[in-house]
Write a protein that binds this ligand. Structure first.
Ligand SMILES: [Zn+2]
Ligand SMILES: [Zn+2]
Length: 608
């Protein structure tokens, strides 16, 4: 599965060392590289050449006076002479200045930049930069052992000059706050961080509702996990969020931060992953890179502070995955002689207890709630249906059948055919107008999403297409995601998408198509709701204000017999463009209607 892989590290990086007693020290590099050599999975030809990063590159992410401070305080004695000056830039405490730190930080940034360059240019398929992923560094402040944000610098250098779309996946136990901040308003760099919740762990950020800023709204994702989260829950969160995100965002390049400080043995976090979990995560990232990024993958080492037992093994497992080199069955005794520990690469498999320690169930349930919230906020419903949660438990039964219908609508731009109950085979034969791109970039991909929705037993797709067979709009009616409040009410369906291609908007297509889609008689037995959450992350490009956009949505739904209602669903309150609409079918029994109202509706929403 691998092309040529490379390792962006050499002994020069040992200079990045906060000194004895500090968690981030040169011993990490020595232990890791010596293990790769002892295991005979690293040759000199695997090493990628790199040079210290240039000022011009660092200044894409950092202020000049901060960089000057890092240089000034790299002189021994400078910080002692001006402790207040050093503290102003965060160069204090955990980030205390050390001699030569300027050059050391530039080397780290240079390694990551060379890695990204080699992969973006196609010289190497995958590159691993183990001493890299300094994800906390801010524009003008050293934070959390991170002097420069090598990842942000390396990404910014490429995206400045080429139209690359980058997916950054951060698996470190700590929130990847610095990288998120660097691209918070950038629609071309999508960051997703899985980490221990900031309620308990540094840096305290990384909440679900940190979603980016225009024009990058919806392109910063965070999955804050509970203390004691282990392999199983972490992997489930990854599968539920990162895989569909990659499918929808369609990146050109995958950059990952593979910090292993979420390991149970790590002194700095409360997560309980194992090396087995990290190996499985590496496999998933590798597969994701080939599926969605043409293989292009740069992995950085990130955090990890169990220097003897965890970090070298985690690096070896990651390098083995990315390079295709097989590790020997046991950790080489020659290496163990200098690094006492077990001979296994991953912990022996333990039987999972039926009933973990008190609080395990609660931890799992809280994590599931978090994952569902992230999916609702950041993934369009159509993508969620194609990438469902593993858990089942929906209560909606399949709609009774009706004969597929066709209708006509004369849009200002030309005649359209409206169709419902489209079989997947038909959808796969139609073209999709490239102006349909709420989230999924490629028309090809959009068509496949539509076809997959049509294959779901409880989902319906209606489309508007030109006489030539080009889809310019669609409505998806979906079963609510299991575990959500919507799913807990029987007979409720969600209008998950009303989408019209850019060139066909403002011609009444959305209203006509929605009206057509919800017309069939079986919908009289159902409550249809829509919440307009993630479909409008293209709001930034629409040129409409949030309230104007909300007004457009409200009018489209009202024309199809929906009412705008008030609800206390927190995700709807989150953004001013969100709205909550419902249409209760004429044959919905009164008890069901009452249950819906009492659980979800807080009154009628006054529209401006
Ligand atoms: Zn590969
Ligand atoms: Zn960390």
């Amino acid at each position: 599965m691998s092309g040529a892989a490379a390792l962006a590290a050499d002994e020069r990086l040992a200079a990045y060392d906060f000194g004895p007693g500090h968690p981030f020290q040169a011993g990490r590099l020595a232990a890791g590289l010596s293990l790769l050599r002892a295991a005979k999975v690293l040759d000199d030809g695997d090493l990628l050449r790199f040079e210290p990063a240039a000022d011009a590159d660092l200044e894409l992410v950092h202020d000049r006076d901060y960089l000057a401070a890092v240089a000034r305080f790299a002189d021994p004695g400078a910080a002692a002479a001006d402790p207040v000056g050093a503290a102003r830039f965060g160069l204090v405490g955990d980030n205390r200045p050390f001699p030569g730190m300027d050059e050391a930080a530039r080397l780290v940034a240079g390694a990551t930049a060379a890695a990204v360059d080699a992969v973006a240019a196609g010289d190497r398929t995958h590159v691993f930069a183990p001493v890299a992923g300094l994800h906390h560094a801010q524009r003008r402040r050293a934070v959390g052992f991170c002097l420069v944000n090598d990842v942000a610098v390396a990404i910014a250098r490429r995206t400045r000059t080429s139209p690359l779309r980058v997916l950054y996946v951060d698996l470190d136990a700590h929130h990847g706050d610095g990288v998120q901040a660097a691209f918070y308003d950038d629609p071309r760099v999508c960051t997703v961080s899985l980490h221990e919740t900031g309620r308990y762990l540094f840096p305290g950020t990384g909440e679900v509702h940190e979603l980016g800023r225009p024009p990058g709204t919806g392109r910063s994702l965070n999955v804050p996990l509970e203390p004691r989260t282990g392999d199983e829950e972490f992997l489930a969160a990854f599968d539920a969020v990162v895989e569909p995100l990659a499918a929808a965002f369609r990146p050109d390049l995958l950059v990952t931060q593979n910090g292993c400080d979420g390991h149970a043995g790590d002194p700095l976090s409360d997560l309980t992953l194992s090396l087995r979990g990290y190996r499985d995560l590496a496999r998933r990232l590798h597969r994701l890179a080939h599926r969605h990024c043409r293989g292009r993958w740069v992995a950085t080492g990130g955090g990890g502070y169990d220097l003897e037992r965890v970090v070298p093994r985690a690096w070896a497992l990651l390098w083995s995955e990315l390079s295709g080199r097989r590790l020997p069955s046991r950790v080489p005794p020659s290496w163990l002689a200098g690094h006492p520990g077990p001979a296994w690469w991953v912990e022996p498999r333990r039987r999972r207890r039926e009933d973990g320690p008190a609080g395990t169930r609660e931890m799992e349930e809280r994590n599931r709630r978090t994952v569902r919230a992230v999916r609702r906020l950041a993934l369009p419903p159509s993508v969620r249906v194609v990438y469902p949660l593993a858990a089942s438990g929906g209560t909606t039964q399949r709609l009774p059948g009706w004969e597929p219908r066709a209708g006509r609508y004369l849009a200002p731009r030309g005649p359209l055919v409206l169709r419902d109950r489209c079989p997947a085979s038909l959808l796969r034969r139609l073209e999709v107008d490239p102006g349909i791109h709420t989230f999924v970039r490629a028309a090809e991909q959009e068509r496949e999403v539509l076809a997959r929705i049509a294959e779901e037993p409880a989902s319906e797709v209606a489309v508007a297409h030109t006489p030539e067979g080009v889809v310019v709009g669609y409505v998806a009616v979906l079963e609510p995601e299991p575990g959500t409040r919507f799913a807990s009410l029987p007979g409720l369906l969600e209008v998950g998408a009303v989408e019209v291609a850019t060139g066909w908007r403002r011609g009444g297509v959305a209203s006509a198509l929605l009206g057509f889609a919800v017309e069939p008689d079986p919908f009289e037995d159902r409550i249809l709701v829509a919440s307009g959450l993630a479909w409008h992350w293209d709001l930034d490009q629409s040129g409409l204000s949030a309230s104007a956009y909300r007004g457009v949505l409200a009018r489209v739904f009202e024309a199809a017999g929906f009412e705008v209602l008030q609800t206390d669903e927190p995700e709807i309150a989150y953004h001013p463009a969100n709205l909550f609409v419902a249409r209760v079918g004429g044959r919905v029994p009164p008890a069901r209607r009452a249950a819906f109202t009492s659980r979800l509706v807080r009154g009628h929403h006054p529209m401006p």
